[in-house]
Design a protein around this ligand. Structure first.
Ligand SMILES: [Zn+2]
Length: 95
């Protein structure tokens, strides 16, 4: 389900009405009045889904369901990356 979504807005939720939802991760019933987790694909509140907090934790432990900041970080090379090998060679060649 998460394949076409780059990142998720993930926030804790707890409903005040005795509704039930279907968890999109395990397809089991979820009771809105229990603490759960609200997933909004790329921050789209119209497509938000209630999921079991444990299911979300399981997905995130497996490296899925990135938050926006995690996704943005994954697009950039990490800070403090070593200069490329050819730059070191070039510098040595000119001294
Ligand atoms: Zn679930």
């Amino acid at each position: 389900m998460a394949d076409e979504v780059s990142w998720w807005d993930i926030r804790p939720a707890q409903g005040t009405q005795p509704k039930t939802y279907t968890c999109p991760l395990c397809r089991q019933r979820l009771f809105a009045m229990n603490p759960n987790t609200l997933l909004s694909p790329e921050g789209d509140r119209d497509r938000r889904r209630h999921a079991h907090t444990a299911c979300v934790a399981e997905q995130r432990a497996a490296g899925r369901l990135l938050t926006r900041s995690e996704w943005e970080r994954s697009l950039r090379p990490p800070d403090g990356v070593a200069p490329p090998w050819w730059r070191r060679l070039t510098r040595r060649g000119h001294t």
